[in-house]
Design a protein around this ligand. Structure first.
Ligand code: NAD
Ligand code: USQ
Length: 394
């Protein structure tokens, strides 16, 4: 069962798992498509309605995807009934509001993001217990739970070994969850998810793999490429567009690349094709017991934002614009992260330089006529002027 299976990561994952021979049911309340209406922004690629997507996949592959329009955060009874009827072996959980700028737009957006994300995760956990199901949860978390200023520490996969002073004057060694340090309300909800998983894992022996994913770039996968009706979404607007895909689209339309501040922010990245493959690896290699939540860092490369802009500029000739940073984040940081576990399971990463140019020409240039330049600037501010905040309350 794929919660959030209509989204940017969820749709290609649903297709890929179906292509691998798994029976797949998609659950989605189409909140992401509704946010497009709210923001008056659309995917750069022309994504088909859900019924068209499903019919096209059946025509091409001969395999049927189930679809259930359920709000995982609100419609608990429907979720429970579906789990009881379907009895999945694994549940992949993507069903959260995932944009940091969207989560910081106003008090309404902050409250929506917290209510939606925390309730979606908790409803899933409570429903699995109530349905007495031993399904493996594979959750899409974020590298952002760690914070980015790790001062030379190589970020481990979820847990940190620490030594604590003991009563008898000695030291106790213990493994703890890496201290959470979120940079937005959205990222904060992901740190809260971690505690929910830890509790239900301890209390109810729910098996969970939490994939701490970096920024996903690229658009198409082997399955979404098969037919234009299966095309994946490509967000480029100031709220949902992520940095590298935004740069690729900006380069295609001749818009100077919007580097925030000096571009010294260092982040982890992964291609959408690798993301889908990692989820397959996690599902097909489940933890046998619920000893503790299994955490993988799902990222393959680390780059500074300014270096990415320079690479894109070198390939395409695009100009670079250092714009005022609307976020409250460190101007620059170092980032080293462990990602051995997914590599050991067989991930063979796609490298940035292998696919960047194809992404510009096959996707960004092909659909650039659909771009609305008005939607490009990031207008959501982490710290808002008093007058704007007051206007929100009216
Ligand atoms: P997305 O917004 O494209 O997809 C999320 C899907 O979940 C949407 O189709 C939405 O309609 C659905 N959804 C949201 N709330 C729901 C609810 N209450 N009930 C049912 N469906 C609901 O986002 P995405 O880019 O596909 O991200 C998926 C997950 O992966 C998110 O949890 C995100 O935090 C994580 N992630 C994404 C990235 C990235 O770069 N895109 C990076 C790291 C982690
Ligand atoms: N940035 C720019 N210019 C832009 C857009 C962004 O310089 O036009 C900068 C931002 O200031 C930030 C960095 O690029 O320093 C990354 O921003 P982003 O929007 O690409 O990514 P982020 O907000 O961190 O969120 C995305 C996904 C989220 C996921 C996260 C993984 O939307 O769901 O959890 O990446 S991570 O970054 O590892 O936390």
């Amino acid at each position: 069962m794929i919660l959030g299976g209509d989204g940017f990561c969820g749709w290609p994952t649903s297709l890929h798992l179906s292509a691998c021979g798994h029976d797949v049911a998609v659950v989605d309340n189409l909140a992401r498509r509704k946010a497009d209406v709210e923001l008056e922004a659309e995917s750069l690629t022309p994504i088909a309605p859900m019924s068209t997507r499903i019919a096209a996949w059946e025509e091409i592959s001969g395999r049927r995807l189930g679809f259930h329009n359920i709000d995982v955060a609100q419609d608990y009874a429907e979720l429970l009934a579906l789990l009881r009827a379907w009895r999945p072996d694994a549940v992949v959980h993507f069903a959260e509001q995932r944009a940091a700028p969207y989560s910081m737009k106003s008090s309404w957006h902050k409250r929506y993001t917290v209510n939606n994300n925390v309730n979606a995760t908790h409803n899933l956990l409570a429903a699995l217990v109530e349905a007495e199901l031993d399904a493996h949860i594979v959750h899409l978390g974020t590298m952002g739970v760690y914070g980015y200023g790790t001062a030379g520490v190589k970020i481990p996969e979820g847990y940190l070994r620490v030594r604590i002073d003991a009563d008898d004057g000695g030291e106790i060694e213990q493994e703890i969850l890496y201290p959470a340090n979120p940079g937005s309300v959205y990222h904060m909800t992901k740190t809260q998810d971690q505690l929910l998983f830890a509790f239900y894992n301890k209390n109810d022996e729910i098996r969970v793999t939490d994939l701490h994913q970096g920024i996903v770039w690229g658009t198409q996968t082997a399955e979404t490429r098969l037919d234009e009706r299966l095309i994946n979404r490509f967000d480029y607007d100031g709220d949902y567009g992520t940095v590298l895909n935004r740069f690729l689209m900006q380069a295609a339309i001749g818009y100077p690349l919007t580097v925030h501040g000096t571009g010294g922010q260092t982040r982890a990245f992964i291609h959408i094709q690798d993301s889908v493959r990692c989820i397959q690896l996690a599902i097909e290699n489940p933890p046998e017991h619920a000893e503790r939540v299994r955490i993988f860092n799902q990222m393959t490369e680390v780059h500074r934002v300014i270096d990415l802009a320079e690479i894109v500029s070198r390939i395409t000739g695009a100009e670079i614009d250092l714009v005022e940073n609307p976020r409250k984040e460190a101007d620059q940081n170092e980032l080293f992260a462990e990602n051995a576990q997914l590599l050991q399971l067989g991930l063979e990463p796609i490298r940035l330089e292998d696919d960047l140019l194809a992404e510009v020409t096959e996707v960004a240039q092909r659909y650039m006529h659909r771009c609305d330049r008005e939607r490009i600037p990031c207008r959501s501010r982490w710290v808002r002027a008093r007058a704007d905040a007051d206007a929100d309350r009216l």
